[in-house]
Design a protein around this ligand. Structure first.
Ligand code: ADP
Length: 317
């Protein structure tokens, strides 16, 4: 079985308990492991695949908690780095008007170092790049670009998720689009939300957006559409793959479970680089990944509500 290396941020989300209030009034917070690429690594391992996480946390109790959380899901943490800077934290509350009130305390995730020795381990494997904080500058961005280059030059299958966070790119959207371009040009697979596909292509219409994004270079595009499933686009061929009906209570991590499940299936094929030639095979993998996304919405939190293989098989039966 091939391994999926997930690169990006791992952080603590402090979620305000008294939702409906803004952060200035929030008094109680629940600590959750967060960071989209880390969720993807957890999703892959929980489904029985092999994953490794490359990122940086602090040499503090929060960093230890995050490392243990990933390990408890079966993800390989040997590439996890620890820095003397405090672990990155995000404080979140949903205010009365539905707007997210958000404070980001950026710490150790920014400090990821590039280690040339990792390239050897990339060979024959899959690399998933999640970009939420990786393109914000600093050592992480430099390391991330190096790892991307290594993945390209050793011929690994590359997956990219821009993970656009409005809070982090206020008034700098054009910069975000520019920084994502090389990844869209060179990745084998890109996962977008509808909003991301529109932002990154500059087109409102979903089909047109996909076509413009394909023109940049990416062969396989999946656009996640919440309860409506996923649009799979491979050049001329496009289809919306429906999801399964569920009672959703919290959509956090659904996209990460989806892409994790898709990558876990790709890792089991003889040659993931050739899957782009088989539209129907990919569509059936997307169907399974939709169910993984759907199941994640039925519980609170991201990692806590990821399905295991048995739960996934039951939901598909
Ligand atoms: P993202 O985090 O990328 O915005 P989505 O919320 O669209 O992700 O969820 C990812 C996938 O999970 C969707 O493409 C869909 O297949 C599935 N999913 C999400 N929400 C639901 C839901 N309410 N009902 C059924 N499936 C869902």
């Amino acid at each position: 079985m091939r391994k999926v290396f997930c690169i990006g941020e791992l952080l603590i989300d402090f979620v305000a308990e008294n939702q409906g209030s803004n952060l200035s009034r929030a008094q109680q917070f629940t600590r959750k492991a967060g960071g989209a690429p880390a969720n993807v690594a957890a999703a892959i391992s929980k489904l029985g695949g092999q994953s490794a996480f490359i990122g940086c946390v602090g040499e503090d109790p929060f960093g230890t908690f995050l490392q243990h959380t990933l390990e408890s899901q079966g993800a390989d943490t040997r590439y996890l780095q620890r820095s003397s800077t405090f672990t990155t934290m995000a404080f979140v509350s949903i205010a009365e008007d539905g707007e997210r009130d958000f404070v980001f305390s950026r710490g150790a995730d920014r400090e990821l170092k590039y280690l040339p020795s990792v390239k050897e381990d990339f060979k024959g494997n899959l690399i998933h790049l999640g970009a939420a904080t990786a393109l914000l500058g600093g050592p992480l961005e430099a390391a991330y670009n190096h790892y991307f280059f290594d993945a390209l030059t050793c011929g690994a299958f590359i997956s990219f998720d821009p993970n656009f966070r409005q809070d982090l790119w206020k008034n700098r959207e054009a910069d975000f689009v520019k920084k994502c371009t090389p990844f869209i040009e060179k990745a084998n697979l890109c996962k977008f939300s509808l909003e991301e596909a529109q932002l990154l292509s500059g087109a409102e219409d979903t089909m047109e957006a996909c076509n413009l994004l394909h023109q940049k270079g990416v062969e396989i595009i999946v656009v996640t559409l919440g309860k409506d499933g996923t649009l799979l686009s491979m050049g001329e061929r496009k289809t919306v793959v429906p999801s399964i009906p569920v009672k959703a209570v919290d959509t956090t991590g659904a996209g990460d479970a989806f892409i994790g499940c898709l990558l876990q299936q790709l890792a089991r094929t003889d040659n993931p680089l050739q899957v782009g030639q088989d539209f129907d095979a990919l569509a059936s993998m997307v169907r399974v990944a939709n169910a993984a996304g759907a199941l994640t919405t039925t519980g609170f939190g991201a990692i806590e509500s990821l399905p295991d293989r048995q739960q996934l098989q039951q939901a598909l039966a």
